[in-house]
Design a protein around this ligand. Sequence first.
Ligand code: 4NP
Length: 144
Amino acid sequence: MNSILFVCLGNICRSPIAEGVARKLIEEGGHSITVDSAGTGSWHVGETPCQHSVTVARNHSVDISTLRARQVKKADFTAFDLIVALDQSNYRDLKALGCQNLVKLGDYGHNGADVPDPYFFEGFEGFEHVYTMIESCVKELLSR
Ligand code: 4NP
């Protein structure tokens, strides 16, 4: 596997964390795998990741502050070896767009569980749990 695209809804909370964690692990492991992230929605295109995601990542020595949101496009389905949906609704939306090489991040060690959408969380609490789950799943994904 040479390339992975992580996809959530807005590409500002969850998938940028997944991209940042994967980049760091790939760098540390000396692998050459391209990673990127995108959202199924277009509301936040061009924006930086949400502040709580930037903070929780920084607390784990992962810098995602320079990432910018983009919307997933059909060309991604052939450009990337693997498309990784962060939750079931992202998975369903991507399937509906014709994505075949599709998995859920929670399939990697979390029985297919959704990574909870933190967009409507109150405050910072919850982001640590989201980070921990994403990190655990990405580690498992990269170990296969
Ligand atoms: P994300 O979180 O999918 O993890 O980036 C969201 C960001 C924005 C919205 C929903 C979820 N929104 O409705 O704008």
